[in-house]
Design a protein around this ligand. Structure first.
Ligand SMILES: [Zn+2]
Length: 453
C-alpha cells in the first residue's frame, strides 16, 4: 500500500486541504480531507507513513484525441500560408516515412511528453495501419501494437481507437499516402480490428481497444453502420472527426443530401459511447441531434486555431446534452491546461462576453468526461475505488505564485510546465528530473522521422 498526504487536492468538485489518500492495487482505498493540521514538511518528507506532496493535486487528465505522429510536424509547418488542406500534405509526407520501429520511438517520446504535462490517458486515433504502398505488414496490426507498446513503456493509459479509413473522399479511392490507411472495406477493417482486441489485457488493464470512423469523407455512407455496430457490440468507444471543415459539410450535402451529423445518426453511429471530434461547423439541428443522442463533443482548441478551423459551439452542445472532452490532436501544443481555458476564451472571443464555462466544468471535461469517453469510467476522480491517478501542480511557479489554491488558478493560470509529479494507477511515472531525458528522446525520434528518405 502507498499513502500520500496532499497539501491541497481537488476532491468532489472542490479544492480541499490536508487530504490523506491510500492506494492499493492501483486504486484509491482511502480519501480523507482535513485530517491533520500543523505539519510543516515539504514534498518528499513524511507525515506518519504518508509521503507529503505540496502544491495542488488534481485527478489525471485525459487527452482524448491524439495522432502521435503529428508531433514530428511541430515547428515545421508555420512558415507558409495555406490551409488545413496544405498542412495535410506535410502531414502525409511524415506518415509515409514511418514504420513500426520509428512509430514506436516517436509515440514513446510523445506519450512521455504528455505524462510530463499531467496527461494520464490518451485516445490514439490511429489510421497508419499498413506499409506505404498499402501492403499489410506480416502482423497486420504491427503499427497498432507499436503504439500500445509505447504507451505501456511510457506508463500512460491508452485507448487505441483503430480507425476505418477507406476513401480519399466520398467513395473515391485512396491515393498516395492514404494507401497505408485503407483496409479497402469496413468488413476487412473490422476483421483486422478484431485481431487487435487480443492486445488489450483484462478488465482494469491500461489498454482499451476502441473504434473510429475517420470522417464521413473517408468512410462511404453505406459502410458507416459496420463500424458503428462493431463498436456497440463490444461496448467499445467510437470516435469520429466531425465537421472540422466547411468543405466537408458542403461535399457531404452534395453526396448524400444531409449534413455529416445527420448521416452518422442515420447509420446509428451517434450514441453516448461516441465522441464527435471537433464538431466545429454545425447547424442548430446538428447540435440538437448530438445532444439528443448523448454524443460527446471532443474539442481540440489549440489545433483548431493552429489550422484555422474555426470555433465550435461548445456551450450550445453541452446545454443540448453533449458532454465536452478535450484533445491535443496535432500536438502543435501538448497542454491540457491550455485546451481547458481555450474553450472558455474562444467563446469569449466569439460572443464578446465572459463566463460561459466555469473552471470546475472545464476540469470535469478534462478528467471525468474525458476518461469515460476513452472507456475508462473508473478514472478521473480522486475517490475510493477509482484508478489512482494524481497530478500535482506547483503553486510556487512564476505562473501560479499568488494565484491561490483553486480550480480557477489551475485552469486559467497554470500550464503543463507547472506539473511536478504524476502518478498513474498508483505508480509514480513523472517528476521534473525526467524532463531532459524526454526532450532528448523527442529530439531523436522526430529527427529520425524527418531525416528518413
Ligand atoms: Zn484528428
Amino acid at each position: 500500500m502507498t499513502s500520500y498526504f496532499l497539501r491541497h487536492a481537488y476532491v468532489d468538485g472542490a479544492v480541499r486541504d490536508d487530504v490523506s489518500v491510500e492506494i492499493a492495487d492501483g486504486r484509491f482505498t482511502t480519501v480523507e480531507a482535513g485530517v491533520s493540521t500543523g505539519w510543516t514538511g515539504g514534498t518528499g518528507s513524511t507525515h506518519g507513513a504518508a509521503e507529503v506532496v505540496e502544491g495542488l493535486t488534481i485527478p489525471g487528465l485525459a487527452n482524448c484525441h491524439s495522432h502521435a505522429f503529428h508531433r514530428a510536424l511541430r515547428g515545421h509547418t508555420q512558415r507558409e500560408r495555406g490551409s488545413f488542406w496544405t498542412w495535410r500534405e506535410q502531414m502525409y509526407a511524415v506518415a509515409e516515412r514511418l514504420d513500426p520501429d520509428s512509430y514506436y520511438a516517436l509515440a514513446l517520446a510523445t506519450y512521455r511528453e504528455m505524462l510530463a504535462t499531467g496527461i494520464t490517458a490518451v485516445g490514439e486515433f490511429h489510421y497508419l495501419h499498413h506499409q506505404p504502398d498499402g501492403t499489410p505488414y506480416d502482423d497486420p496490426n504491427a503499427m497498432g501494437h507499436a503504439l500500445i507498446r509505447a504507451a505501456r513503456d511510457a506508463g500512460i493509459r491508452i485507448a487505441l481507437l483503430d480507425t476505418c479509413y477507406l476513401s480519399s473522399g466520398f467513395g473515391a479511392p485512396v491515393t498516395g499516402a492514404q494507401l497505408c490507411y485503407s483496409d479497402v472495406t469496413a468488413e476487412r477493417w473490422a476483421a483486422r480490428a478484431q485481431q487487435l482486441c487480443g492486445a488489450a489485457g483484462d478488465d482494469g488493464d491500461d489498454v482499451v481497444i476502441g473504434a473510429a470512423i475517420h470522417s464521413v469523407r473517408a468512410v462511404p455512407g453505406d459502410q458507416l453502420a459496420t463500424v458503428a455496430r462493431w463498436a456497440s457490440e463490444r461496448g467499445a468507444p467510437l470516435h469520429v472527426h466531425l465537421s472540422e471543415q466547411v468543405a466537408e459539410n458542403d461535399a457531404c450535402l452534395e453526396a448524400y443530401g444531409v449534413t455529416p451529423t445527420a448521416l452518422l445518426d442515420e447509420a446509428g453511429a451517434l450514441t453516448p459511447g461516441t465522441s464527435a471530434v471537433h464538431a466545429t461547423h454545425l447547424r442548430p439541428e446538428d447540435v440538437e441531434t448530438l445532444g439528443r443522442t448523448g454524443t460527446r463533443a471532443c474539442f481540440c482548441p489549440t489545433t483548431e486555431r493552429d489550422l484555422g478551423d474555426g470555433i465550435g459551439p461548445s456551450r450550445a452542445l453541452h446545454d443540448a446534452g453533449s458532454p465536452l472532452t478535450l484533445g491535443s490532436d496535432s500536438h502543435a501544443v501538448i497542454d491540457l491546461f491550455e485546451e481547458m481555458r481555450a474553450v472558455e476564451l474562444d467563446e469569449r472571443l466569439a460572443t464578446r462576453q465572459r463566463g460561459h464555462w466555469s473552471a470546475a466544468e472545464l476540469l470535469d471535461a478534462a478528467t471525468v468526461q474525458g476518461h469515460a469517453s476513452l472507456g475508462f469510467p473508473d478514472a478521473g476522480r480522486i475517490a475510493v475505488g477509482q484508478r489512482a491517478d494524481l497530478v500535482t501542480v506547483a503553486l510556487d511557479s512564476v505562473r501560479t505564485a499568488g494565484a491561490g489554491a483553486s480550480a480557477e488558478a489551475v485552469v486559467f493560470a497554470a500550464g503543463g510546465a507547472d506539473v511536478r509529479r504524476v502518478v498513474v494507477g498508483g505508480r509514480l511515472v513523472f517528476t521534473p528530473d525526467d524532463l531532459p531525458g524526454i526532450a532528448a528522446e523527442l529530439d531523436a525520434a522526430v529527427g529520425a522521422v524527418r531525416m528518413a528518405p
